[in-house]
Design a binder for this molecule. Structure first.
Ligand SMILES: Cc1cc2nc3c(=O)[nH]c(=O)nc-3n(C[C@H](O)[C@H](O)[C@H](O)COP(=O)(O)OP(=O)(O)OC[C@H]3O[C@@H](n4cnc5c(N)ncnc54)[C@H](O)[C@@H]3O)c2cc1C
Length: 487
């Protein structure tokens, strides 16, 4: 229950907007340092969220936060590697985090986000943070060092510093109009996803791996999240999605009908009749800190889900922002220095992931990376980055190998160093219904006339909407179709 207004402290040390992993981590750290922190979360937890797969370096952060032991009792599924497979199952390869070039955690886990996020927010509350759920931030009233104010449905709140952890809603980025979508054609994607029961795991999924299924038009993820449930998603080129005459909430079924590997693994599975979707999720809100505020997690920037790096970036950013705010409150640093150091920290870590993600969408990268171990342990350097060994920066041994690897990818374009990998096209496949009754229902539901997946995807689905921040009337943007700009 929320305390009555007359018992609220007059000014909070920090107001955290959003109670996802990044907001919860920032609040937890500051509360443990004895700071007066309030978290404003618009939903009631536990709530659904996409993004169930972690990377090994997440374990290091959980350990530092003292949460690792507690998390062992949560329903989850071990992950020690990734299976990459072509959609028709004609080719594949796998990586194990134990092959990483540099030392670090060798395994991690997948987990339902409702469970993980609730556990993290509860930990922040136990540490002393005041958590207000069902409390949507409606307007930013003031952003200055030492004086920040926000308007919520429950009234106005004042603090000394503000952490924006509102995820894809990017409340501060939209307020300041700094949010800009990445315009690279390879990043224009729409994701369709849902939870399936009893997916066949007599394969890599049973080997504690997640599976990524490669197609010319995008890729599927298959992530076991507990003993019986598997998260399945399709990330599709937005241009392809626009051509498909299916409502957005049936696009996952559209993909599965055309993908022999996924179809085979879900043939006895049970799943809801429609899928969730999200689009326009690649953007930056730089600068990541400014007068009175720090942007953490997706509220700062998000590129692409392909390597499961989102939560890790959110946790690392939250940790750094909390330490900078703590020093500011003790007057051990200046606002300008704290903002610069935070921005630099986030840039240093994200650029290694972002370069790898952009490279991944080049088919020549996949020729090399999925060809097994190459010379000079370059392959193991890529695995070190995939494991998250990038903060504060990757070791020199990793960095020079990554440069050599990218040079090989460029060369592969003109002079094949390894055989080019075959493709697999969903569009070229003849659709075949999956055999479970639920899948059959999906396959035969006719689309409403005139509705195409790309348009429907942009409107978002009632079950899951990415951007729901209502700005002040003077700030012009649309919730379901964020502003687009060149970066
Ligand atoms: C398709 C897809 C798949 C992904 N898969 C993975 C994966 O496997 N692994 C991984 O690590 N990452 C994955 N990600 C990324 C991951 O989901 C995010 O990076 C992560 O959730 C970011 O955490 P966060 O705390 O910054 O934001 P969020 O987890 O989104 O939390 C933000 C919170 O802010 C609240 N909020 C929003 N607006 C307001 C407001 N106005 N007032 C108050 N509260 C508000 C929201 O309700 C929400 O609870 C994926 C992303 C996508 C798009």
């Amino acid at each position: 229950m929320n305390p009555p207004d007359d018992k609220l402290p007059e000014v909070y040390d920090t107001i955290v907007l959003g109670g996802g992993p990044a907001g919860a981590a920032a609040a937890l750290i500051l509360a443990r340092k004895g700071r007066r922190v309030v978290v404003l979360e618009k939903t009631t937890f536990p709530r659904f969220h996409v993004g169930e797969s972690l990377i090994p370096e997440d374990m290091k952060v959980f350990e530092e936060l003292g949460l690792l032991e507690e998390f062992e009792s949560l329903p989850r599924f071990k992950k020690n590697g990734v299976e990459f497979a072509l959609g028709d199952n004609s080719a594949g390869s796998r990586i194990k985090f134990a092959q990483s070039l540099t030392p670090g955690a060798k395994e991690t886990f997948n987990i339902e986000r409702a469970v993980l996020d609730d556990a993290m927010l509860s930990a922040a509350r136990r540490a002393g943070a005041e958590v207000r759920c069902d409390c949507r931030v409606e307007k930013i009233l003031q952003l200055q060092d030492g004086d920040v104010r926000v308007q919520t449905a429950q009234g106005e709140l004042r603090g000394k510093y503000l952490v924006d952890a509102t995820g894809q809603s990017t409340v501060v980025g939209r307020h300041l109009k700094t949010r800009q979508n990445y315009t690279d054609p390879s990043l224009q994607k729409i994701a369709y996803f849902g939870h399936f029961e009893h997916v066949d795991r007599d394969n890599a999924l049973g080997e504690d791996e997640i599976t990524m299924v490669l197609c010319d038009e995008g890729w599927f993820w298959m992530i076991p999240i507990d003993e019986t449930r598997t998260s399945i998603g399709l990330v599709l080129d937005a241009a392809v999605a626009k051509q498909v005459k299916r409502p957005a909430n049936q696009m996952l079924a559209w993909g599965i009908e055309r993908c022999p590997l996924v179809r085979d693994r879900v043939k006895h599975a049970v799943h809801p009749p429609t899928n969730n979707s999200i689009s326009d999720y690649s953007y930056t809100c730089a600068p990541f800190a400014g007068p009175g505020y720090f942007l953490v997690g997706d509220a700062a920037t998000f590129l692409d889900p392909v390597f499961s790096t989102g939560i890790f970036l959110g946790l690392e950013g939250a940790n750094e922002a909390a330490h900078q705010i703590d020093r500011l409150l003790d007057e051990k640093t200046s606002p300008v220095k704290a903002q610069q150091q935070y921005t630099q920290f986030l840039r240093n870590g994200t650029r290694h992931f972002f370069r790898l993600i952009r490279a991944y969408y080049n088919p020549r990268f996949r020729d090399l990376f999925l060809n097994g171990e190459g010379p000079l342990s370059m392959h193991r350097a890529v695995i070190a980055v995939l494991a998250g060994q990038v903060f504060p920066r990757p070791s020199w041994a990793v960095r020079w190998r990554m440069r050599a690897f990218y040079a090989c990818v460029a060369l592969q374009q003109w002079l094949p160093l390894v055989p080019r990998r075959p493709g697999f096209s969903l569009l070229a496949e003849t659709p075949q219904p999956a055999t479970s009754p639920q899948s059959a229902e999906l396959a035969t539901t006719p689309p409403p006339s005139g509705e195409v997946a790309g348009e429907a995807g942009r409107r978002g689905q009632p079950e899951y909407q990415a951007a729901e921040y209502s700005p002040s009337p003077s700030v012009a943007f649309s919730d379901s179709s964020p502003e687009r700009g060149a970066v």
